[in-house]
Design a protein. Structure first.
Lengths: 294, 289
């Protein structure tokens, strides 16, 4: 690996709790330990966990906000055009009773109502959605954490903002949110390569299939890490064969690993033999997909 | 009565516990609201008596035979979804939020909206009653609305079949789909695990639940993997006045049950885990009675 390498790798899974954070923290630690320039972006804004495993200096924090309309009722004619323009049903109106109300939680901040209003009755305010925090972990490694405010409906704007904070230098790891809906898509769309973490159980397989189908449609290259190998059954391996999916690595089911992880310790630190395997996985990915332009 | 099982952190055992609850009563409505990754149908293999299309918003599409390439839409779009690409206006499907503003302001009326119509809701019967589940097509948004649709259907089925209890298997996280899964339910059961991430995510989940003034119960799953962390979780719960519903030991029989398309209650009724889940379920039901 050379310094000119710049690649964005997303660590994702359809099913939650398969080990995305375990792999992300261990990969980050391994690269840091090998003096590689590395940035880990915690894109699981609803439940960010990566910074529980590291300590560092908070270099900066950015508020992520969204614009929400404010209606000046002295100017409003209750014509209802803003309500018609809103695709999110965020404006409630009863023209006869002269009642109009913005439901901030439903607003996506698209600005359509502002365009709709011909009476200059709509201005906008900023509403806090969450925060992006950048931490320097060592001289050439940093963690960028996205975190939604409690009660916020969509983490997407915060995830986008966190990813945009990562400079295109060195290796960028993105710990993705679970599922295959918007938050997942927004994260993997920015990646050159996706590592899917799964477990050899029927639930794991079913969710993996959905992730694979999604990545195929997006045309993203990917490979799989099987966590808790030995638990469950072998169906998942037949699926890899049928689909020609690259099995990058297996981590056996082991109560010791579970116990290390539960304490907030990094597996690759406690079990150094894992670092070699992870570096090997990374070299395979870099050889095939490194230096590619996004 | 509606009981929602959620977790904050994924993979703590929501679905396994939901499946167990669903097989502890002879007649129940099971609503799989983890619409991103619905899994309970794998265990219960329900009939597909009904299939409904769910429209998950819209996407803007440009008709290039009409587009004059003026770029007005580029300036109006707040989702950064429209760009000039090789001197042509292009909409990035992934970033498009479906707000329709571009289509409204286009002087040539060159932009139309197309429905995202690949998501589905299914309902039918399974061996212990009625089941409803949603499947959100990959990349589609508004999962909260699909959750609402699943819950509405579950309520109708409960009424039609005079079924008392609805079990809701919720999604991970704390976003819109979770909020939709718990709004107005009688009990929220939060499944956590004794890890540092489990505790962190539980704290955020409890904040969401308290925001909606709901009765919360906590289950510590696999508590014996780290008894210190498990005690910390218990302490946190008691400080907040949240009831601990119970603690479950790690048992690979739970995975075996899943592999064999059974709930742990069906697969190993005499195991410690099964017995304790039964106790937890009775505890929650009694509290309500």
């Amino acid at each position: 690996m050379t310094k000119s390498n710049s690649i964005r790798i997303a660590i994702a899974s359809g099913k939650g709790g398969t080990g995305k954070t375990l792999i992300s923290t261990s990969l980050f630690y391994t690269l840091q330990n090998n003096n590689q320039e590395v940035t880990l972006v915690d894109c699981d804004a609803e439940e960010p966990n990566d910074m529980l495993y590291f300590s560092g200096i908070n270099e900066k924090s950015i508020d992520v906000t969204q614009r929400v309309p404010v209606i000046d009722e002295s100017k409003c004619t209750y014509c209802g055009k803003c309500h018609d323009y809103c695709s999110y049903k965020a404006i409630f109106i009863l023209p006869q009773s002269k009642i109009i109300k913005v439901m901030d939680d439903l607003c996506h901040g698209c600005g359509a109502c502002t365009v709709a209003c011909k009476f200059d009755a709509i201005t906008e305010k900023s509403v806090l959605l969450g925060e992006v925090s950048c931490y320097n972990i060592s001289s050439n490694s940093k963690i960028i954490e996205s975190r939604t405010r409690i009660g916020v409906y969509s983490p997407v704007p915060i995830i986008k903002s966190a990813i945009s904070e990562a400079k295109n230098q060195g290796i960028i790891l993105m710990d993705s949110p679970p599922g295959t809906s918007c938050p997942f898509i927004q994260t993997v769309a920015q990646a050159n390569y996706v590592i899917l973490v799964t477990e050899p159980t029927p639930f794991g397989l079913s969710d993996l299939k959905q992730s694979v189908e999604t990545l195929k449609t997006m045309g993203k290259p990917y490979g799989v890490i099987v966590n808790r190998a030995g638990l469950g059954n072998n169906q998942i391996y037949s699926y890899f064969k049928e689909e020609g999916i690259a099995l990058l690595m297996e981590i056996p089911f082991d109560r010791e690993i579970a116990s290390i992880y539960s304490k907030g310790l990094i597996i690759a630190h406690q079990k150094p033999e894992l670092q070699l395997e992870l570096l090997n996985v990374l070299n395979i990915i870099l050889a095939q997909h490194g230096n590619s332009n996004n | 009565m509606e009981i929602a099982i959620i977790s904050g952190k994924g993979g703590t055992g929501k679905s396994s516990i939901s499946a167990a609850f669903a097989t502890l009563t002879s007649n129940v409505v099971l609503a799989d609201c983890d619409v991103d990754a619905a899994n309970l149908y794998l265990i219960f293999n329900p009939t597909h008596s009904e299939e409904q299309v769910y429209i998950a918003g819209q996407k803007a599409v440009i008709d290039y035979s009409v587009c004059s390439n003026c770029g007005l839409c580029v300036n109006y779009c707040r989702f950064n979804a429209i760009h000039f690409k090789s001197e042509k206006v292009e909409i990035d499907e992934i970033s498009c939020d479906g707000c329709q503003l571009c289509s409204r302001i286009c002087p040539e009326s060159a932009i139309t909206m197309v429905n995202n119509d690949r998501s589905r809701m299914y309902s039918g019967t399974f061996r212990n009653g009625q089941m409803v589940y949603g499947r959100l097509a990959p990349g589609e948004e508004n999962s909260g609305k699909l959750v609402n649709m699943v819950r509405e259907k579950a309520k109708i089925l409960a009424k039609e079949n005079s079924i008392k209890n609805i079990i809701i298997d919720g999604p991970p996280g704390i976003g819109c789909a979770v909020i939709s899964s718990i709004t107005g339910v009688n009990h929220v059961v939060i499944v956590t695990e004794p890890t540092i991430s489990g505790l962190h995510d539980l704290k955020r989940t409890l904040e969401v639940v308290s925001k909606f003034n709901l009765k919360a119960w906590v289950i510590i799953n696999k508590y014996d993997l780290n008894t210190d962390m498990s005690s910390q979780i218990e302490l946190h719960c008691s400080e907040l006045g949240v009831s601990l519903a119970g603690k479950l030991p790690f048992d690979s029989a739970v995975v075996d049950a899943m592999v064999n398309c059974k709930s742990i209650i069906e697969w190993s009724p005499n195991s410690l885990v099964a017995k304790e889940i039964e106790n937890i379920f009775r505890r929650i039901l009694n509290e309500f009675a």
